[in-house]
Design a protein around this ligand. Structure first.
Ligand SMILES: Cc1cc2nc3c(=O)[nH]c(=O)nc-3n(C[C@H](O)[C@H](O)[C@H](O)COP(=O)(O)O)c2cc1C
Length: 506
């Protein structure tokens, strides 16, 4: 693809090598327990903006793991951008491509995108390459030989009921599709609680692609074939977490990002294609009827989720590369890896938001507010009431704001990513008796236990913009600023003053 700055990463190990060469991956040779210890090391390294972690000696009650474990792969925005194949400064360009794909008139949108990114057409329409003897099937365990206990599956937080597969790429297809029909496959990351040797719970929230496919198979009374890749090339992993339009298959889009056709192979025991260069693949069927209580597990909100029932997958095969690497992460109170990815996705989504509401200057979904529960939006304001229109627009038109409980709208001079700036706007441009919009009975994240009912709760909009026209009868404050002439003169004097300042003479 024309937008790629970085080499093609065909698999997880080539990305790990790239990170190591750039000193963004550290090897840990000391024994580290998969039970809690790995989470605590990862948590501290991520909070410090540190490197990806390659654990050579992960341990559990079964002794040393048979394979190395990678964590914190996407622990900085720079590494997320690298996974997309670009430097961080070019993320918004990639956002333009996504915006074009999402145009309200999809055909024109696609045409426009195709014209601006000629390679896109080829990439989105090219069939994946079928690989006869894929790396991901170099070793295989079928039927009674399947044992999830042989994988270094993490137990992230105290009190969790069983080890949890935290980075599974869950691949599904609808019942009326062919096994070969990659265009209709869905990839999503849904955590998996291990239930003994050959069963696991798939925890997809009801609105996810995997859950929709499962409902369709269940309506026919059939178990759904599912493939799960653990550890794949970064473009495939990130495509699975990108909110792509439903008409675009994540697998094919991964080819656009990677700049190389997706490579797939026929699974051994289910009618599905799997990513040929993945590290580990689980094959199996998700029951149409069987469910099991899942959790409680630590979640991205910083709390344990409630126990709830989700469908059970029976694993019919585990296949892997000759020397597999196991990819893992933890979810917890931000910052965690999903919140770092979320911050980059925020920037990727900005061009899409601007196409819908052009007066938007910037948007920030603070990771510390779970990456979606609060938004700060800056606008180029030109008429009274505009801040409310923008709130309604974002809540009404863009699904990623469905669960945004609090939205603060500010003027363009306020840096939405800087709480000091936002607090100043709130303190000086907002009056609670005039500038709050409170809604009730709106859709809310059902994981949000603060809402009065599960899935239903309120929204708060705060207009912290300067008030204009009929919005105020008062003479509005004028922002303090120094004249350009004085600034120029002090700029000229500054090196001299700063030098004295540095010597402590100021
Ligand atoms: C590390 C990680 C763990 C996640 N865990 C879950 C999960 O357990 N359940 C879920 O529904 N979504 C989870 N997500 C979010 C989805 O994977 C993500 O929204 C994805 O785009 C969904 O794809 P879909 O729209 O095709 O279903 C997780 C994301 C990440 C990065």
């Amino acid at each position: 693809m024309t937008f790629r700055d970085l080499p093609v990463f065909r698999d997880l190990r080539s990305f790990a090598r790239f990170l190591e060469q750039g000193k963004s991956l550290a090897r840990i040779s000391e024994p580290v327990s998969l039970v809690h210890e790995m989470t605590e090391i990862h948590r501290r390294v991520l909070a410090a903006g540190g490197p990806a972690l390659w654990f050579d000696k992960a341990t559990s009650h079964r002794g040393a793991a048979s394979m190395p474990v990678i964590a914190n792969l996407f622990g900085t925005p720079e590494r997320v951008a690298a996974g997309f194949g670009v430097r961080l400064s070019r993320i918004r360009e990639l956002g333009e491509l996504l915006a074009a794909l999402r145009e309200p008139a999809p055909v024109d949108g696609l045409k426009d995108a195709m014209n601006r990114w000629p390679m896109l057409r080829a990439a989105l329409t090219t069939r994946p390459q079928n690989v006869a003897r894929p790396e991901c099937q170099s070793q295989s365990w079928l039927g009674g030989d399947v044992d999830l206990g042989n994988l270094p599956i993490q137990t992230c937080w105290p009190g969790e009921p069983a080890p949890l597969i935290t980075w599974p790429l869950v691949i599904t297809r609808p019942p009326d599709s062919d096994a070969e029909e990659t265009a209709r496959m869905n990839l999503g990351v849904y955590r998996m609680q291990a239930l003994g040797k050959d069963r696991a719970i798939l925890r997809w929230l009801a609105h996810r692609g995997g859950a929709a496919h499962h409902r369709a198979w269940s309506r026919r009374g059939e178990d759904m074939p599912v493939a799960v890749a653990i550890g794949a090339d970064p473009a495939t992993i990130l495509s699975a977490v990108l909110p792509l339009p439903e008409t675009i298959s994540e697998l094919r889009f991964s080819g656009v990002l990677r700049g190389e056709r997706p490579r797939v192979a026929q699974a051994l025991t289910i009618p599905m294609l799997v990513p040929a260069d993945a590290e580990i693949i689980l094959e199996g069927f998700v029951s149409a009827t069987e469910t099991a209580p899942e959790g409680p597990y630590g979640d991205h909100t910083g709390y344990y989720n409630c126990v709830e029932s989700f469908p059970v997958m029976r694993i019919t095969a585990i296949t892997m590369r000759r020397d597999p690497i196991y990819l893992t992460t933890f979810t917890g109170r931000p910052p965690d890896e999903p919140s770092v990815i979320g911050a980059v996705l925020n920037d990727l989504a900005l061009p899409t938001m601007r196409r819908q509401i052009p007066e938007i200057a910037d948007v920030w979904l603070p990771p510390e507010a779970c990456s979606y529960r609060m938004a700060i939006v800056s606008i180029r304001k030109s008429y009274p009431g505009q801040a409310r229109r923008v709130m309604m627009g974002l809540w009404g038109m863009l699904p990623q704001f469905n669960y945004t409980k609090t939205m603060i709208v500010v003027d363009e001079d306020i840096d939405v990513r800087n709480w000091t700036d936002v607090a100043w706007a709130l303190a000086t441009r907002m009056d609670p008796s005039r500038d709050l919009a409170i809604l009730s009975g709106t859709p809310i994240d059902y994981l949000d236990f603060a809402s009065p009912d599960p899935g239903l709760g309120g929204k708060l909009g705060i207009d912290a913009t300067n008030k204009i026209g009929a919005e105020t009868r008062r003479e509005w404050g004028k922002t303090l600023s120094m004249s350009e002439e004085v600034q120029r003169r002090v700029d000229a004097l500054w090196p001299c003053i700063a030098a004295r300042f540095a010597k402590g003479l100021a």
